[in-house]
Ligand binder design. Structure first.
Ligand SMILES: Cc1ncc(COP(=O)(O)O)c(C=O)c1O
Length: 384
């Protein structure tokens, strides 16, 4: 059966995979080797040195390409390393138009690392796709989109921005970490590059740090493979194996993340002590219609603010939680809670983060796949 005809749930398990050539191992072995024997200089079986390529990494990269409906996948040491490779496509003087409400580490990489090499980053609210056109000029080479955004859960219209990118002949990249290809496939909506922190839902078990890029254009893939090898921030064989194993259950985990996410979002929204809940599944969410059209569900990421809460109250709240673990990161089987102002978004200056809604009282939940009654009881005891 052709790979192209497989549906998503089958692709997570079989996409790009074949039994290992040596002994028919169904899961790719962890080829924990840096180098490969050659019979004569250049006489090898496709692998010469593990920074350039490694069979376990290839199995993951082929799976990534399959689940995102791309043609080429690349696995990196972290999500940030994957992003770093994309920005290295650019030259001094180039400009990037980026979502203004995005993961703090992305902002830090752009502003604190790449700006000093002469690349300019312009941050705009992308909720109105047309409003970003004035930020595009002849130096703009890339539009960087994160949707849903972290932590405000805004939804950006991928198709409308892809049309703008085509019109102005600039690349468009989408950070698909929160949604995963289970919920949305940006390449199908016109994006050129999909990026993941595979540390999150793709890995799914909070046991690996990894990143991914997926593209559907051979020339762009070659440029990125060149940077991957030349800069060297590759995903190691053990980590490749772990992410690949995670991907095989992505669809069943995501189904439960979505179910539990909906139950918790509704619980919080109905609680008298809760001021505001940010979750794109609500009909009242300002971008709900776009979410409905480009996503097949609303995920398990939720942010909220308790009525009258201060910075200290928010800290007390997360300290009281017993099943939700207070921790950085998201997307694992276990539920996590975070305080963006002091954790994930602490690298964004206070006035910048408050402009986008990341107030001191904001709490972010990554809803896991436990019994939802236990999760609700945990939130209840922390709120009351
Ligand atoms: C949306 C998003 N993008 C990128 C990253 C960075 O990925 P990593 O931590 O794997 O480098 C994160 C990490 O939290 C994230 O939440």
């Amino acid at each position: 059966m052709s790979e192209k005809t497989l549906k998503f749930n089958s692709k997570t398990i079989h996409g790009g995979q074949k039994p290992d050539a040596a002994y028919g191992a169904v899961m790719p072995p962890i080829y924990q080797t840096s180098t490969y024997a050659q019979t004569t200089p250049g006489g090898h079986k496709g692998y010469a040195y593990s920074r350039s390529a490694n069979p376990t990494r290839t199995a993951l990269e082929d799976s990534l390409a399959s689940i995102e409906n791309g043609t080429h996948g690349m696995a990196f040491a972290s999500g940030i390393a994957a992003m770093d490779a994309v920005i290295k496509l650019l030259n001094p003087g180039d400009e990037v138009v980026s979502t203004n409400d995005l993961y703090g580490g992305t902002y830090r990489l752009f502003k604190k690392v790449f700006e000093k090499f002469g690349i300019k980053f312009v941050f705009v609210d992308m909720q109105d796709a047309q409003a970003i056109e004035p930020a595009i000029n002849s130096r703009t080479k890339l539009i960087w989109v994160e949707t849903p955004t972290n932590p405000m859960m805004n939804i950006i219209d991928i198709k409308a921005i892809a049309q703008l990118a085509k019109k102005h002949e600039v690349l468009m990249a989408v950070d698909n970490t929160f949604a995963t290809p289970y919920l949305q496939t940006p390449l199908d909506l016109g994006a050129d590059i999909v990026m993941h922190s595979a540390t999150k839902y793709l890995g799914g078990h909070s046991d690996v740090v990894a990143g991914a890029l997926i593209v559907k254009d051979k020339g762009l893939a070659e440029e990125l493979y060149f940077i991957q090898n030349a800069s060297g921030a590759i995903c190691g064989p053990m980590d490749s194996f772990l992410v690949l194993r995670g991907i095989k259950t992505l669809h069943v985990r995501m189904e439960r993340h979505c179910e539990n996410g909906a139950a918790i979002a509704n619980y919080l929204a109905s609680h008298t002590k809760i001021e505001k809940v940010y979750w794109p599944g609500f009909e009242s969410h300002p971008n709900h219609e776009i979410a409905k059209s480009q996503m097949s569900g609303y995920g398990g990421m939720i942010s909220f603010v308790t009525k009258g809460a201060s910075y200290e109250d928010a800290i007390k709240f997360v300290e009281k939680l017993q099943i939700f673990t207070l921790a950085e990161s998201l997307g694992g089987v276990e539920s996590l809670a975070g305080h963006p102002a002091s954790m994930t978004h602490a690298s964004i200056p206070k006035e910048e983060r408050e402009k986008i809604g990341v107030v001191d009282a904001l709490i972010r939940l990554s809803v896991g796949i436990e019994d939802v009654e236990d999760l609700i009881n945990d939130l209840k005891q922390a709120i009351d």
